[in-house]
Design a protein around this ligand. Structure first.
Ligand code: ADP
Ligand code: ZN
Length: 519
């Protein structure tokens, strides 16, 4: 009955039992082995190094990149009676000296330290004199150059292993796609670390994605099912955040806008309001959310495509932390992907990095256009196998019908070609449907061979065809000329009649309310 780990878990942390793989991880580190821990946010990573630090001789040294999180963790530990402290730039000289003195004297159980501070000769000298229980490297994905949180100092953390090979290291992250994981192992020299990969599934979150046609009405329909609940509505631009917050306020929602264009005082006040009051709808750019730990966020809606599936997973992961049902809803349009591609192209990243970002965007588009189980697609991206048929995503609840779109796709592709690969979807749809518009007349498109050959489908269905052709890579958008569509090499077999194509059927208007999902 006297398992010291379980005993400490109950006595100090006040938890009855370990969660997930915590116990295995704690045992591994207490025994002196290295570990790489991949666990979703809220999974209980902190305990995996805090507990071994208490059980082993000496002080646990925790490398953490976020000053605000260090402060929170240390406050929480002190309340539990654990002797914890942090060293970062928020301390003045005397305070820092005091922490250093306690560390050297063996009076600390846990010391949180920023990576740039850890790497100073002064701190390394201190480490030489102290007894170290373990090194914990939190937010280990910061070592990855491709992630959005890259911290160059993380690259130098291998020196911990070189100088203190006998001290166990535990690296932790909630970002778990395979390339990042490989990079962590390589960059932190964790080849001998045992990997503990927890499931990233959040079974209480219902995922759904809808093609945007009447975005405003679709949002109202969605929110209608969530009156009185707290939630986050993400938009890509500040302007859209402001406009949407105003729109929702006009509909009686307690909606607040949040983006980096607002001053710090306003932002802090709104964040507090969101955390403390019930039923606030935060309309925000992705500037909002880092470190937000509100258990009862019932929905996260995206009105624009996020930049990657990792980003989407993180953002939607803020919903349903309490384990109760929550919804992750996404509305997307063809223009979104075109805009994001342009943002990647116009950024000043290296070509290699741009390729990677395009690849991430492709994966995201694959997710939104998927006709299969969303959970399966999402988890597959994180290297996790899921049998599918989760019963809690839109595609599982209302399997989308597909149709043989070979003929329609061929018409669409040849219309792109006949009009010179210089036009966007809106005009191409006009040509296919034989519309009489000023632009059609201006370019003489009433005389191209594809004029009016598509009157069997309505404009919305045609937009769906173009969007899915773009998503499937048969078309690409020319970024120089405002999203003009061009054929890719992938289009050739279809134009030659060598392959067929099945596409998701756009739900007719009457059915769309159902896709809100209320089962
Ligand atoms: P992460 O760092 O993975 O996001 P935390 O370490 O902050 O997650 O833990 C998330 C929450 O889960 C915290 O409130 C923590 O107290 C709680 N928690 C962690 N482990 C357990 C456990 N074994 N039993 C109950 N609650 C736990
Ligand atoms: Zn599913």
């Amino acid at each position: 009955m006297s398992d010291p780990a379980l005993d400490t878990l109950r006595r100090i942390f006040g938890h009855d039992a370990f969660r997930g793989r915590q116990q295995e991880i704690v045992t591994r580190v207490v025994d002196g082995g290295d570990a790489l821990v991949l666990m979703p946010t809220g999974g209980g990573k902190s305990l995996c190094y805090q507990l071994p630090a208490l059980l082993r001789d000496g002080c646990g040294v925790v490398v953490s990149p976020l000053i605000a999180l260090m402060q929170d963790q240390v406050d929480a530990l002190r309340q539990l009676g654990v002797r914890a402290a942090f060293l970062n730039s928020s301390l003045d000289g005397a305070e820092a000296a005091q922490v250093e003195r306690r560390f050297a004297a063996g009076e600390l159980d846990l010391l949180y330290v920023a990576p740039e501070r850890l790497l100073t000769p002064r701190f390394l000298g201190l480490l030489e004199r102290a007894r170290i229980a373990l090194f914990a490297i939190d937010e280990a994905h910061c070592v990855s150059q491709w992630g959005h949180d890259f911290r160059p100092e993380y690259r130098q953390l291998t020196l911990l292993h070189e100088r203190w090979p006998e001290v166990p290291r535990i690296a932790l992250t909630a970002t778990a796609d395979a390339p990042t994981r490989r990079e962590i192992v390589e960059r932190l020299a964790l080849q001998d670390a045992q990997q503990f990969v927890s499931s990233f599934d959040r079974p209480n979150i219902r995922y759904s994605a809808v093609a945007r046609d009447d975005g405003r009405r679709q949002l109202f329909d969605f929110l209608d099912g969530h009156r009185g609940e707290s939630g986050i509505v993400y938009c890509l631009s500040r302007r859209k955040v402001d406009a949407t917050a105003e729109l929702l306020a006009g509909q009686g929602y307690p909606a607040l806008a949040y983006h980096a264009g607002l001053d710090a005082v306003t932002r802090a006040a709104r964040q507090r309001q969101f955390l403390r009051e019930d039923g606030v709808v935060m309309v925000a750019t992705i500037a909002f959310g880092m470190g937000i730990d509100k258990p009862d966020v019932r929905f996260v809606a995206h009105l624009d495509l996020p930049k990657s599936l990792e980003g989407y997973y993180q953002e939607t992961g803020r919903a349903g932390r309490d384990g109760d049902p929550a919804e992750a809803w996404l509305a997307y349009g063809m223009g979104d992907a075109v805009l994001l591609r342009r943002m990647i192209e116009e950024g000043d990243a290296s070509d290699e990095r741009k390729r990677l970002e395009h690849g991430k965007l492709d994966a995201l588009i694959g997710y939104v256009e998927s006709t299969g189980c969303r959970r399966q697609t999402l988890l597959a991206y994180f290297g996790e196998a899921h049998a599918g048929a989760c019963g809690n995503c839109d595609n599982c609840l209302h399997p989308p019908r597909t149709w043989d779109a070979t003929e329609a796709a061929r018409k669409a592709l040849s219309c792109v070609y006949r009009t010179g690969q210089r036009f966007g979807a809106a005009h191409l749809v006009d040509v296919l449907r034989g519309a009489d518009t000023a632009k059609v007349r201006q370019f003489g498109h009433e005389s191209v061979s594809t004029y009016g050959i598509g009157s069997d489908l309505d404009a919305r269905q045609w937009r769906g065809v173009f969007r899915q052709l773009l998503a499937a890579g048969l078309l690409e958008a020319d970024l120089e000329s405002h999203g003009a569509l061009r054929l890719t090499a992938e289009a050739t077999p279809l134009l030659r009649g060598e392959r067929s194509l099945h596409l998701r059927m756009e739900a007719p208007k009457a059915e769309r309310r159902r896709s809100r999902g209320s089962g």
